[in-house]
Ligand binder design. Structure first.
Ligand code: NDP
Length: 254
């Protein structure tokens, strides 16, 4: 079960780029829009788009409101009457100051802004395009084929795992930002229910992945993470609405 149209942020490297590669293996996907802060420097994406016309590159800085507004217009002109089936909020950053004894308001706010606030605002900006896609399917189906918002969260989205030491790094702002991401996802689900909006919202932890963020000691490759995430996307249904899952859809505690 694949979406026709997908938009993913932070797609120029890391897990985002891996998800792009995996999604393009599915012939049901008609338009995959890959967001990058600087598309001139997104060499891998450019190279893929030369051989696959379904891939569209757009510039987006998720912490810039004008950039968000422009991305909606650009993507609207690409997806047209179909609307947007799947928004993947993947762009993220880890705090620069990782230790307990370096309080820094700007660093904390920046991390929360990029990881949590921007994902919420993007979800709001893209609501009309998601609703358009959802309107093409009758009934109460929840799926990426209809309309969905998938946040790339973390085991650090789990307050339970944060306090039991599973997510075991000193990452105060990052953990706060990822808990906030799960929090707004759950609130969106509740609000969508009240408003009768059939858009699935869920949060997926990709694993500890060998990227710039994950570092050289991480446990799994980008391909391992991205292939499992993309497979899981096709399996999402109403039972996953509002939840937190690992890349193979095993539930994680809140
Ligand atoms: P990377 O550091 O490899 O890549 C981060 C991506 O986010 C880049 O494309 C980067 O763009 C983009 N980005 C950062 N800030 C902005 C911004 N303001 N506007 C637009 N794009 C931005 O990270 P990963 O691939 O490892 O992480 C992807 C997601 O997975 C994140 O949400 C992260 O929290 C999550 N995650 C990762 C884990 C891991 O082990 N790697 C573990 C758990 C969760 P640019 O190149 O321009 O900087």
């Amino acid at each position: 079960m694949a979406p026709k149209t997908v938009f993913i942020t932070g797609a120029n490297r890391g897990i985002g780029l891996g998800i792009v590669r995996e999604l393009l293996k599915n012939s049901e996907i008609e338009h995959l829009i890959a967001g990058a802060r600087d598309i001139e420097k997104a060499r891998e994406l450019q190279s893929i788009s030369q051989s696959d016309s379904r891939l569209h590159l757009i510039s987006i800085d998720v912490s810039n409101d004008e950039s968000l507004e422009n991305s909606v217009k650009e993507i609207d002109s690409i997806v047209g009457e179909n609307g947007l089936n799947l928004l993947i909020n993947n762009a993220g950053m880890i705090e620069v100051y990782k230790t307990m004894d370096t309080p820094n308001r700007f660093a904390v706010l920046n991390c929360i802004d990029v990881n949590a606030v921007s994902s919420l605002l993007l979800s709001q900006h893209f609501l009309p395009l998601l609703r358009k896609a959802a309107s093409h399917v009758e009934g109460d189906e929840f799926s990426v084929k209809r309309a969905a918002i998938v946040n790339i969260g973390s085991d650090c989205s789990s307050q339970t795992l944060n306090v039991t030491g599973f997510c075991n790094e000193t990452l105060l702002a990052y953990k706060m930002s990822k808990v906030a991401t799960l929090s707004f996802a759950r609130s969106l689900v509740a609000d969508f229910k009240i408003l009768n909006i059939p858009i699935l919202v869920t949060t997926i932890h990709p694993g500890w992945v060998l990227t710039d963020m994950g570092g050289p000691n991480a446990e799994i490759t980008i391909e391992e993470s991205a292939s499992k995430i993309v497979n899981s996307l096709s399996l999402l249904n109403s039972s996953h609405n509002g939840g937190l899952f690992d890349r193979q859809l095993t539930p994680l505690p809140f």
